[in-house]
Design a protein around this ligand. Structure first.
Ligand code: PLP
Length: 414
């Protein structure tokens, strides 16, 4: 029997938890155990205060005003671009397009990069383990252009068959896509190896980093991909924030996707000229307060440091996996050798949704369902899984509380 008291936390998790106001609330009269971090993370007070401060002290529109407040708002917004560029080691801040999230960023690449160049017979390669955000936009532009979408397979452990992926990089593939970390399985994909294979064949690679950036340092130059997309709300930042990083050559060649204010140089009815990237892709008033929060979120990660985060999360994953494996009839879906702290599972004789509903009554927030990954559910032949996804502010004691709650609610369903 493994026991949480036998293991010392790798860093001062209680001090960190004190930064997250929501973690101290009760749900249904029980202390909250928040294990739905892959869905959205909780926010530290530093992020909440940055948003609050923006509206209290700096609120104005970006780029349109010469007054002091306008300059402050612009500097907060552009400061987030600098912070994101450093966060993923982008070679230039001008390669960072601020978006409302990953979905927006992938659609931007789909409609601005892929659609204009796709021809009938072309293909886009993705994988069976992708979130719908890295499948459906490609299907939409494939339908319009006569191209097809191919999906590289995985094995039962939830690991991408990398050799198959590379074999599928045939000449008709005009864009390859892969998630850095699976939102359902936690699997970490070998992005560098995939990027190397893509480069050899002259195929651009888009990486969905939504589930990677909350857990590991990312260096887009070292990864060697062409596009890297991120959503803010899973990495401590407010909802409605995110990023597309793309190599300059791609952004220069891509036509604008949305038209409107902020993205133009000059508008005439005889023809409009556009701003340079990244502003060419940022029409309309953005989520300025959200990006003020994004900069604070990145600061927060920098203060903690990914070394400490990774050590603590690895201990959480190991302990939670061991505790869950002790439960008879429990099957973990996703046992890749390289995993982030995301555990999908099924329990014999109980529906995932029923379990999640009963766990909620115990104060435990986990997600049940298809996790926006239908093809992955089809691969495993299940309609849904239960998913516990952990973050650096979770504790071994919470794992114990979660397992105890699971055993209790299982009895109710038997
Ligand atoms: N990609 C992955 C791997 C995800 O986990 C998610 C969210 O669950 C998304 C994309 C979509 O992110 P958003 O809804 O913030 O655009």
């Amino acid at each position: 029997m493994t026991d949480s008291t036998a293991r010392a936390p790798a860093f001062d998790v209680q001090r960190i938890r004190a930064d997250f106001p929501l973690l101290s609330r009760q749900v249904h009269g029980k202390p909250l155990v928040y294990f739905d971090n892959a869905n959205t993370s909780q926010k530290p007070r530093q992020v909440i205060e940055a948003v609050d401060r923006h509206y209290r002290e700096h609120n104005a529109n970006v780029a349109r005003a010469v007054h002091q407040l306008g300059e402050e708002a612009t500097s907060a917004y552009e400061g987030a671009r600098d912070a994101l560029a450093r966060f993923v080691n982008a070679p230039s801040r001008n390669e960072v397009v601020l978006t409302s999230g990953t979905t927006h960023a992938v659609n931007l690449v789909a409609y601005s990069y892929a659609l204009p160049m796709l021809k009938p017979g072309d293909a886009i390669l993705t994988t069976v383990m992708e979130h719908h955000a890295n499948i459906v936009p490609w299907q939409l532009v494939a339908t319009r252009s006569g191209a097809t979408v191919k999906a590289a397979p995985i094995d039962e452990r939830g690991e991408l068959l990398v050799e198959r992926y590379i074999e599928m990089l045939t000449p008709e593939v005009k864009l390859a896509c892969v998630t850095h970390v699976s939102n359902v399985l936690g699997t970490v994909n070998p992005v560098r190896e995939i990027a190397r294979a893509c480069r050899k064949r002259g195929i651009p690679l888009l990486v969905d980093g939504s589930q990677a950036v909350p857990h590991r340092p990312v260096d887009v130059q070292a990864l060697g991909c062409d596009f890297y997309v991120v959503t803010g709300h899973k990495m401590l930042a407010p909802t409605g924030t995110g990023m597309l990083w793309a190599k300059k050559e791609h952004l220069d060649a891509m036509p604008p996707f949305f038209g409107g204010g902020e993205m133009i140089r000059e508008v005439k009815f005889s023809g409009t000229t556009f701003a340079d990237p990244p502003h060419k892709f940022e029409a309309g008033t953005p989520n300025i307060a959200g990006f003020a929060g994004m900069a604070a979120a990145i600061d927060y990660y920098r203060t903690l440091g990914f070394d400490a985060i990774r050590r603590h999360e690895a201990a959480l994953l190991e302990y939670a996996t061991a505790r869950l494996r002790e439960i008879p009839g429990l099957r973990i879906i996703g046992e890749a050798a390289d995993k982030e702290p995301v555990i999908s599972f099924l329990l014999d004789g109980a529906q995932a949704t029923d379990l999640a509903t009963l766990l909620d009554l115990q104060g435990v927030a986990v997600r049940s369902g298809h996790h926006c990954a239908h093809p992955l559910m089809q691969f495993y032949g299940v309609p849904a899984t239960l998913r516990a996804s952990l973050a650096f502010y979770n504790t071994l004691e919470e794992v114990d509380a979660f397992v105890a709650a699971l055993l209790k609610v299982r009895k109710l369903l038997m």
